[in-house]
Design a protein around this ligand. Structure first.
Ligand SMILES: [Zn+2]
Length: 388
């Protein structure tokens, strides 16, 4: 795909989901106005970035307690359950492995359990940012993660194992093809599986005694949206900024201004205080400083819902897709495995087609998944200004 077409493709996907983001933004702003007052949060303008509970304002779930719907909370706390059950780090990974084997993937090799790092060592400093490795490009799979016993790390374990099973699935391809179909795929696989960690699934593996009563899904969806939907414009703008900087479209003397212009345009956020070109705020993002491409995370966000929708259908799930879990479904697993085994040997539309039947990336699955939330958000924000 030529570079310009790629940039256009990202814009197309963003336009598909922008209405949902705008609704979420309006709801969050309304609640922040209630909490901090109009003098701090403008009723119609962009949100001051420091109120969103994350240094880059890229994921907002830290605000969930402030935003939680009163009568639609799912009524369970996975972190509490894991702690009460005295789950340890190794068991968290075993549970993650169990999801993948239920789909038809082979168990992780013995060496994985011997050579991985699951907990923060007491005797030395290590990089604790979670990562998944295949040391010999065949089957020396390893996880490096300082696992904390909470819901977030429970999902992260699945994310990382998604990398590991992908690495092993393409290990019979010629060396140059041992990578993901496009940049977004590697990041999307584990997250696709993590979308199946529904209350129904938690009941099946004995983590939850019974499923929450119907109508309580809004809290679950809102919490997820505060991470996945809030992230979309951020995931889009990092590379937009980088392309402008590298092409010279924005001269170095305006790098910081251009950063905040994009933040305002796409995320609808502003800095809490005046910034100057003496500041270099983009450099506070690890991936900018390290030169790591970023639109992969935007694509992964889109792809995981598209794949989840398709795999849920393959698994015969007829209920709303946010309630579907592909756990234990070998047919869905076979589709996924077929795609992973291709590695980079085919153009990515072929890989996408193997799982979804579609050759185009499609963000409408996000709208399907969050349809009940969109309706709820619009009810909550009736008469409240939208946009900025
Ligand atoms: Zn990852």
């Amino acid at each position: 795909m030529p570079p310009d077409a790629y940039a256009k493709e990202l814009d197309r996907l963003w336009e598909q989901v922008r209405p949902l983001y705008t609704s979420l933004h309006a709801y969050v702003r309304m609640k922040l106005v209630e909490t901090y007052g109009k003098d701090v949060v403008p009723e119609k303008g962009p949100i001051p970035a420091h109120l969103l509970g994350n240094m880059w304002a890229q994921q907002w779930s830290a605000l969930y307690p402030l935003l939680a719907p009163k009568d639609a909370d799912p009524g369970y706390d996975l972190t509490k359950i894991l702690v009460e059950k005295k789950t340890d780090a190794r068991q968290m990974v075993r549970t993650g492995e169990g999801f993948f084997t239920s789909l038809g993937f082979g168990p992780l090799p013995k060496s994985f359990w011997e050579r991985s790092l699951f907990t923060r060592p007491r005797d030395r400093e290590v990089v604790c940012h979670a990562s998944a490795w295949c040391i010999d490009w065949v089957d020396d799979l390893r996880l490096k993660m300082c696992i904390e016993i909470n819901a977030e790390d429970f999902a992260t374990v699945h994310h990382e194992l998604g990398h590991n099973v992908y690495q092993r699935a393409y290990n019979r391809q010629p060396f140059l093809f041992r990578d993901s179909a496009n940049d977004g795929f590697h990041e999307a696989i584990g997250d696709t599986v993590a979308l199946s960690l529904t209350p129904e699934y938690l009941v099946k593996i004995d983590l939850l005694p019974k499923t929450p009563p119907p109508g309580k899904e809004i809290g679950y969806l809102l919490n997820l949206a505060l991470d996945k939907i809030a992230f979309l414009p951020f995931g889009l703008l990092i590379d937009k900024w980088r392309w402008q900087a590298f092409s010279g479209e924005v001269p170095e003397a305006r790098w910081n201004q251009a950063w905040w212009d994009l933040k305002r345009k796409y995320q609808g956020v502003v800095p809490p205080m005046a910034r100057t070109e003496g500041d270099f705020d983009p450099g506070a993002k690890y991936h900018v400083a390290s030169g790591t491409p970023y639109s992969r995370y935007f694509l992964a966000d889109v792809l995981q819902f598209q794949m989840h929708r398709a795999l849920a259908k393959t698994a015969g799930c007829a209920t709303p897709i946010h309630t579907c879990s592909i756990y234990g479904n070998k047919e869905a697993g076979a589709r996924l495995i077929k795609m992973l085994e291709m590695g980079q040997s085919r153009p990515w539309p072929d890989a996408l087609e193997a799982v979804t039947g579609q050759r185009q990336m499609d963000a409408t699955a996000i709208l399907d998944y969050f349809a009940p939330l969109q309706k709820w958000l619009d009810e909550q924000t009736k008469g409240v200004p939208k946009g900025w």
